[in-house]
Design a protein around this ligand. Structure first.
Ligand code: ARG
Length: 467
């Protein structure tokens, strides 16, 4: 039986009927639909619409549907239900007879889908934060293990100053921890229950909204029924949070691709996560990283799609809202699949420490330290900069590094240069310059690794507490 055939004289055009159905994608909301239905049934019993016995039979029916779906996934395909809400109703009626129809008393699919989707996003946030925590933990482990190995840091993609590898890796952890935080923030705001909002103007029966909300572990009921049935801000915030996460993963992937190229040679791609070329026998390609970068485009597209879908909608429910589900599912699936894979990659990538160290010692990355040396000897900063620049110029002509210039040549440029200049511009000295509070000298970074690990651990513990 249709959910709304009473006032119609003609059957639906069959192509249209088929086309407007959403069961193909909203069936993945089944467990949330069943949970929300159970909460509604309890409220119906408290409102005197269902007897205790009817409530028990309804619960049994809902449980049987859950069991069938768990054991026989094909149970959800086929059939002629319009959407997951209709599907549950039809199954219930099949199992417990006309009592199944009573479940819909005083409620509307508009509040149901709003509730189911919130529950789905909430559960997915918990899973994603778990995966982000695992990824961050893998990065921190690699940072810890890389200890004091140095590499170049770049600005404008030109060698700038040496840093320790751990400091570079921790930069990524910061991005991903912010992503986890943003999702937690989205979770906080979405955790209100639309049940009892009806189709648009609220429930027609005295349903206890507080207890329905509590039942589903929401913080309370939503405040306005028109807003609650047409609001998808939570989906947009979620999809936008995911597009930031995907953007960070894409930047990460881009840099790993670059550093794994022969020209940089900082990283060795793990064979277990790389692919070959069907044409060129020598190739080992970073397909994994390229797909991470590529998928970020689609994930950003999903967030944009949601925004555009919502922007012209008058209050309250419009069927357009059915189109907000797939972008949410698509972005969630993409990241839930991607995160464990990048975690595996991170655990197995090789750091070519010698090559990184070599790169950290060439290209005049000690020039700033050289200028600082002059500043310490009373030369005004602007002039120090100018004079070390002259020294670099001389090196460029001779094809050497600052430490290769003989002292007389240096003194020609600035008489303040002394023998101890050479000690002041070794890699170790250059790294040590940053031994200031919050600085990036090796000892400071080691402390930062430990502090970051604590934050990652507390994210992981917090997520466990939710699950
Ligand atoms: N399948 C619909 C959706 O996802 C459920 C709500 C239908 N409500 C309605 N008034 N037709 O949005």
């Amino acid at each position: 039986m249709k959910m709304w055939s009473g006032r119609f004289r003609q059957p639906l055009d069959s192509a249209f009927e088929q086309w407007q159905r959403s069961l193909d994608f909203d069936r993945r909301l089944l467990r949330y639909e069943l949970a929300a239905s159970a909460a509604h049934a309890r409220a119906l019993k408290d409102a005197g619409i269902l007897s205790a016995d009817e409530l028990t039979r309804l619960f049994q029916g809902l449980e049987q549907i859950d069991e069938q779906a768990t054991h026989f996934p094909q149970f959800l395909s086929g059939g002629d239900a319009e959407d997951v809400h209709h599907f549950v109703e039809k199954q219930l009626v099949g199992l417990i007879g006309d009592l199944g129809f009573k479940l819909h008393s005083g409620r509307s699919r508009n509040e149901q889908i709003a509730t189911d989707l919130r529950l789905y996003v909430r559960a997915t946030i918990d899973q994603l934060r778990q995966e982000i925590g695992d990824f961050c933990a893998a990065i921190v482990d690699r940072a810890d293990e890389a200890r004091d190995v140095a590499m170049p840091a770049y600005t404008h993609l030109q060698k700038a100053e040496p840093v320790v590898v751990a400091h570079w890796l921790l930069a990524y952890v910061e991005m991903f921890l912010r992503d986890a935080d943003r999702l937690a923030d989205c979770r906080k705001r979405l955790n209100l229950c639309p049940l009892g909002s009806g189709a648009v103007a609220g429930a027609t029966l005295p349903l206890d909204r507080e207890s329905m909300a509590k039942n589903l572990a929401f913080d309370g009921p939503t405040a306005n029924s028109m807003d609650a049935t047409s609001d998808r801000d939570f989906a947009i915030e979620f999809a936008s949070g995911l597009s930031l996460l995907a953007m960070h993963l894409s930047r990460w992937a881009e840099e790993m691709i670059l550093f794994a190229s022969q020209e940089y040679g900082f990283l060795g791609l793990p064979e277990t996560y790389s692919t070959g070329s069907s044409a060129m026998p020598q190739k080992k390609n970073p397909d994994l990283l390229e797909l991470v970068r590529g998928k970020s485009g689609r994930i950003l597209g999903n967030a944009t799609a949601l925004m555009v879908t919502l922007k012209g909608l008058p209050l309250a429910y419009n069927k357009d809202l059915q189109e907000t589900q797939q972008p949410v599912f698509d972005s969630s699936d993409a990241l839930l699949q991607m995160l464990p894979i990048v975690t595996g990659w991170m655990k197995s990538v090789e750091f070519h420490q010698e090559r990184m160290k070599q790169a950290a010692q060439t290209g005049f990355m000690n020039a700033w330290a050289g200028a600082t040396y002059l500043v310490r000897r009373g030369v005004p900063s602007r002039l120090s900069h100018e004079r070390v620049g002259k020294a670099v110029q001389l090196c460029l002509e001779r094809g050497c590094e600052l430490q290769d210039l003989p002292l007389p040549d240096l003194k020609n440029i600035s008489p303040e240069f002394e023998q101890d200049f050479y000690e002041a511009i070794t890699l170790a000295s250059v790294l040590a310059i940053h031994d200031v509070p919050g600085g990036t000298a090796p000892d400071r970074v080691r402390k930062a690794v430990n502090a970051t690990r604590k934050r990652v651990d507390s994210l992981r513990e917090e997520v466990h507490a939710h699950a």
